[in-house]
Design a protein around this ligand. Structure first.
Ligand SMILES: NC(=O)C1=CN([C@@H]2O[C@H](COP(=O)(O)OP(=O)(O)OC[C@H]3O[C@@H](n4cnc5c(N)ncnc54)[C@H](OP(=O)(O)O)[C@@H]3O)[C@@H](O)[C@H]2O)[C@H](O)CC1
Ligand code: K
Length: 497
């Protein structure tokens, strides 16, 4: 599904109304009807808190429908003296004709009535601000939001929790803590920013029926990954053989770290890579030989290492490496001896942070970097906080600068080739355990090995990795990389196009 900024949303709405002749009040009523689906029919006492723009217009429309349903509805308009938008006034006038209870919050003392009503209510409908919020809130508004957060039992936010900047997720002084947010037509970009999840509650997107050709015109090329994940894994041809599914080399493991190499190689095997070779440190070879039944094993110093890289359809490099000079040598060997796609993870990324020049000059954009926020921060020379505050921008800019595909891991992993951005919606903290990143590297590599283009393989790999974790976590308290590996091939079947 598409993700939009408030700016694009405004242009889409404007074109629909002014270019196509759609009636703005009819569009608002469409929003109202779709928001109504999310009001619990059992709730009786409802407080509707409005600002003065069209977000408030939506909220007033919801109030009207609730009154028709015999709910006890108290409406508070918080315009701070500002004129209400045209469609907001239209809804307000209908409400006056219906003898609705409408109070204006003008000064601090008026808050007492709001506080009392909220504390007596089952649910608060939050229609203070939506995509129009553009600057820091003053105390008039922060006090109102504090009241909602202090006294409410349940909050349903319209479009965006009021107080959150729709573009970057910044909290503009204070923000409503919603239990549920009904986003209109598209996800808003702010939902995928670091702190948004503390405020949005569950997010549902409701269509307003805006024609596709309008939204495509203002496409900002940011999507959730499910936009493509059900269409890209090819069905296995019955006459295919192991050569069809590619040669994969995994350069992973060191004297210091043992498990990562095994996990990455086994994940690639289970994802369906045709022939997997694990290149690892000399000490680990016998251990890996006894653990990995399906993969071939060599060590980094073996001359076979370079030969196999040259013959590979994909190389993964980094899990369980160390960030020392011998790792630099391995990374160099992988890059200089291959034209095929490469997936760099973990310490390979740390090594590349100091040697970005190694990434330049490739004919194709076929290197994937899979940093977690700490590795991304080191790579970009900024703080982890900076990365977390601007995940989408930092991933995109790094993809452009390095000509690589970036998979910035974490909650809502960002996958970008510098042009398109996919935000992953699967996975949870049940998967927060050692080896998960190595497992992801193996899955992405295994998909590339079978012929998927590296960008699509990254989007699909991240999605499937989280999807399996989500499915398993319904029955398991925590999910390990081994749990995922054991189920990959079962779940991949569901994704066959
Ligand atoms: N997208 C659609 O197709 C539809 C959207 N709908 C709903 O409309 C809102 C957006 O409505 P809008 O009127 O544009 O904006 P808001 O209601 O969010 O905000 C109102 C005005 O508030 C002003 N503003 C901005 N920041 C502040 C602040 N910090 N303090 C006080 N006031 C502020 C700003 O006006 P200015 O002139 O002062 O800049 C806003 O315009 C969307 O979210 C949906 O809920 C439609 O109902 C259906 C179609
Ligand atoms: K809102």
């Amino acid at each position: 599904m598409k993700i939009v900024t408030p700016d694009a949303m405004r242009k889409i709405e404007d074109e629909y109304i002014n270019g196509y002749g759609m009636d703005s009040f009819a569009l608002m009523e469409t929003a109202v009807i779709s928001i109504m689906k999310h009001v619990n029919i059992k709730d009786r006492n409802i407080v509707v808190v409005c600002g003065f723009g069209n977000n408030a217009g939506d909220a007033l429309g919801v109030a009207r429908h609730l009154i028709v349903l015999h709910k006890i509805v108290k409406i508070f308009i918080c315009s701070n003296g500002r004129e209400l938008s045209r469609d907001c006034i239209k809804n307000m006038n209908i409400l006056y004709k219906m003898n609705a209870s409408i109070e204006f919050i003008r000064k601090t003392e008026d808050l007492n009535s709001l506080n009392k009503s909220i504390s007596e209510s089952d649910v608060v409908i939050d229609g203070l601000f939506g995509t129009g919020l553009s600057r820091q809130l003053d105390t008039y508004y922060t006090d109102i939001i504090k009241s909602i957060n202090t006294y409410s039992k349940y909050v349903l936010s319209i479009d965006i929790p009021s107080g959150m900047n729709g573009e970057n997720g910044y909290i503009m002084g204070e923000c409503v803590k919603a239990n549920k947010t009904v986003a209109l037509q598209f996800y808003k970009k702010c939902f995928f920013c670091d702190k948004a999840k503390n405020y949005t509650g569950d997010v549902v997107v409701e269509s307003l029926g805006i024609p596709k050709e309008i939204s495509e015109k203002y496409d900002e090329k940011v999507y959730t990954s499910d936009e493509i994940t059900d269409k890209i894994l090819p069905k296995r041809n019955k006459y295919s053989h192991k050569g069809t599914f590619g040669r994969t080399t995994i350069a992973a493991g060191s004297e210091k770290y043992t498990g990562a190499a095994y996990i990455a190689a086994q994940a690639a095997v289970k994802t369906g890579a045709g022939l997997v070779t694990l290149a690892t440190s000399k000490e680990q070879v016998p251990i890996m030989q006894s653990k990995l039944a399906e993969a071939m094993i060599c060590d980094y110093e073996d001359k076979y290492f370079v030969e196999i890289i040259k013959k590979s359809n994909v190389v993964a490099c980094g899990p369980g490496l160390d960030s020392n000079d011998s790792s630099l040598k391995i990374v160099e060997e992988v890059i200089t001896n291959s034209e095929c796609p490469i997936v760099f993870d973990a310490d390979a990324i740390n090594v590349l942070s100091a040697h970005k020049e190694l990434l330049f000059g490739r004919k194709e954009k076929n290197i994937v970097l899979t940093p977690h926020p700490g590795e991304m921060a080191r790579f970009c020379g900024c703080s982890i906080e900076d990365v977390n505050n601007k995940r989408i921008e930092i991933a995109k800019n790094t993809a452009i600068e390095t000509n690589c595909i970036i998979v910035l891991k974490g909650y809502n992993t960002v996958i970008t080739d510098g042009e398109k951005i996919f935000i992953n919606t699967t996975g949870s903290s049940a998967m927060a355990s050692g080896g998960m990143g190595d497992c992801l590297t193996g899955i992405v590599t295994g998909l590339i090995s079978q012929g998927l283009d590296p960008f699509k393989a990254s989007v699909l790999g991240v999605y499937i990795h989280g999807f399996i974790g989500d499915s398993l976590s319904k029955q398991m308290y925590s999910v390990t990389a081994t749990d995922i590996i054991n189920k990959i091939s079962l779940y991949l079947k569901e994704f066959e196009s």
